[in-house]
Design a protein around this ligand. Structure first.
Ligand SMILES: Cc1cc2nc3c(=O)[nH]c(=O)nc-3n(C[C@H](O)[C@H](O)[C@H](O)COP(=O)(O)O)c2cc1C
Length: 295
């Protein structure tokens, strides 16, 4: 896959993966990809834990399930993220950002706007939405062949100092390297952020399961697996291939003056592929095997 095509087609995979372990060769390729990222003074502050043991994956899945239920029931999730939800094409086209909820169970479709609000949390609970989503989440995580924990050394990750910022930047670049490499060989990735969102001891339970010592900070968890192009979409699903127009996030000469170039970019001719595990309602789903995207 060409670089620009790979960049434009990198996707979050929120469907089930194939029931197939990831080969050592592929895992090593992903982790080595991280090491080619830049880092301040070539410090390479990233550390990774590759988790394949079924029991450990199950335990992390369990924490994610409890976290999802807690976060949804408390309503904090809706309060924090309501501004990102879009419910129709007009809204998504106008903003160019956010999460377009384009698949909802029929029973709640007419109430979408209301339900995805802080007040709607009560309705959600009545309709058992938090429990359904929590179970979905647990199944997705437990059935993923690999969970990747991403850490920084506390030598470098000192949040009040420049090295805290630098190491976080470097880690973001390392993660993007992993992600692009993964998608290019038919492997999908999804953040597991809910335990962090839930607060309390949820994240610490994950930290304990990963065996992270005091000298290191666990920054993120991901579930990883081979993309199943025929996977069923989750109960409540979203698409987020949309991006803002360049004038909405890039300025000319001075901040606040939108840059409106006449030239098209090299991305213009590249279309979104629908084979990376995420789906767009505008385009038909195509059948593909993980090896289809290997080139
Ligand atoms: C810090 C961070 C946390 C995220 N947490 C989650 C998450 O918990 N679950 C999830 O499905 N996606 C998560 N995402 C992925 C975003 O939702 C996704 O990148 C965005 O909607 C754009 O979609 P795309 O990755 O397919 O381009 C996270 C992304 C970032 C950068």
């Amino acid at each position: 896959m060409e670089l620009l095509e790979a960049l434009k087609n990198r996707r979050t995979t929120n469907t089930r993966f194939l029931e197939k372990p990831i080969s050592d060769e592929h895992i090593r390729t992903l982790i080595e990809a991280a090491s080619y990222a830049p880092s301040h003074m070539n410090s390479q502050p990233w550390r990774f834990v590759v988790i394949r043991d079924e029991q450990r994956r199950k335990k992390i899945g369990r924490v994610a399930r409890e976290s999802m239920r807690l976060v949804m029931e408390r309503g904090a999730f809706w309060k924090r993220y309501l501004k990102y939800f879009r419910f129709n094409k007009e809204d998504i086209n106008a903003s160019g950002d956010g999460i377009y909820i384009d698949k909802l169970p029929k029973v709640i479709q007419p109430f979408a706007r209301y339900i995805f609000s802080e007040k709607g949390a009560e309705w959600m609970i009545k309709l058992r939405v938090p429990s359904i989503l929590a179970l979905d989440s647990e199944k997705l995580i437990t059935s993923s062949p690999l969970i990747l924990a991403v850490l920084l050394t506390k030598d470098e990750f000192r949040p009040q100092e420049l090295s805290g910022l630098y190491s976080t930047l470097a880690l973001g670049m390392a993660i993007e390297n992993i992600w692009l490499t993964a998608n290019s060989i038919g492997i999908g990735i999804q953040f597991i952020s809910l335990p962090m969102e839930a607060g309390g001891d949820m994240w610490q339970r994950c930290v304990g399961l990963v065996g992270v010592p005091d000298t290191h900070e666990m920054i993120a968890l991901f579930r990883i697996g081979y993309i199943d192009p025929n996977a069923k979409r989750p109960t409540i699903d979203w698409s987020s291939t949309q991006r803002k127009d360049i004038s909405g996030y890039c300025f000319e000469e001075q901040f606040g003056v939108p840059w409106q170039p006449e030239a098209a970019s090299l991305f213009t001719g590249i279309t979104h592929k629908e084979t990376l595990g995420n789906y767009s309602p505008q385009q038909p789903e195509q059948a593909a095997t993980p090896t289809d995207s290997q080139n």
